[in-house]
Design a protein around this ligand. Structure first.
Ligand SMILES: [Zn+2]
Length: 236
């Protein structure tokens, strides 16, 4: 029975490591996926900012054209002022000049707004481009690292599976069935006693049970959770 218990302890250690590997493997692709989706978000944010910059630049160009037109018109009206004969003509031209001047003021104020917006967008694009580049580099490095980790993990998993295969035939069928059943239900089938209790469910154990466990002469299950109880590892 001592041997059986020792094999079960070894088996439990192998299965514990296999569980850990399964968990790690499960999260690896998710980590890469998360980084990739963050990279896509950054890229699309940058594209939106660039499109806004382009719009503002176009409008600024239109305003430049409008201002130049207004200057031309004012000059033309002012030249015509010397040629008018009637007060009515004079007033009409003066009105036109005032209208153009007030249009110019509006355009100049919009021009200032646009210049400020363009400056802000350019700064945002610069920092966003830096961020995107840094992120792409980080993603690349992480992909390599994850690939390396995953290869290592695969190798370790194979090793553990071989160890398990070698160990399983040494355990008697009925104990193995029991072990596998508890493992499936409880994740850990073999647990040490800790402070006079089952370390799986913390149920207190009687001194007689603890004594029996320490003898390692029979397979003792926790009466509460059903796990196979063993003495503390350090007491081996
Ligand atoms: Zn228990």
């Amino acid at each position: 029975m001592k041997d059986t218990l020792k094999y079960l302890i070894d088996l439990q250690e192998i299965d514990r490591q296999l569980f850990e590997i399964e968990e790690k493997k499960g999260s690896l692709p998710q980590q890469v996926e998360k980084l990739e989706s963050e990279a896509v978000d950054l890229r699309s944010e940058l594209d939106t900012t660039k499109a806004a910059l382009e719009e503002n630049r176009k409008e600024l160009n239109t305003i430049h054209g409008g201002l130049m037109d207004a200057v031309e018109k004012i000059k033309k009206y002012q030249d015509q002022l010397y040629l008018v004969n009637t007060n009515r003509e004079y007033d009409a031209l003066t009105n036109e000049i005032e209208t153009e001047k007030s249009k110019m003021m509006e355009m100049e104020s919009r021009q200032t707004e646009l210049q400020e917006a363009i400056e802000t967008l350019e700064t945002a694009i610069n920092s966003s481009e830096e961020q995107t580049t840094a992120f792409a580099e980080q993603l690349e490095a992480n992909r390599d690292e994850l690939k390396e980790k995953s290869d290592l993990t695969d190798a370790r998993q194979l090793e553990l599976e071989k160890e398990r295969e070698a160990l399983v035939p040494k355990v008697r069928e009925r104990y193995l069935r029991k072990y596998n059943r508890i493992l499936k239900a409880r994740r850990r089938a073999v647990v040490p006693i800790e402070r006079s209790a089952c370390s799986g469910c913390h149920k207190q154990l009687s001194p007689q049970t603890i004594y029996d466990i320490q003898q390692m002469n029979k397979l003792i299950e926790c009466e509460n959770c059903g796990r196979i109880l063993i003495r503390m590892e350090k007491e081996d």
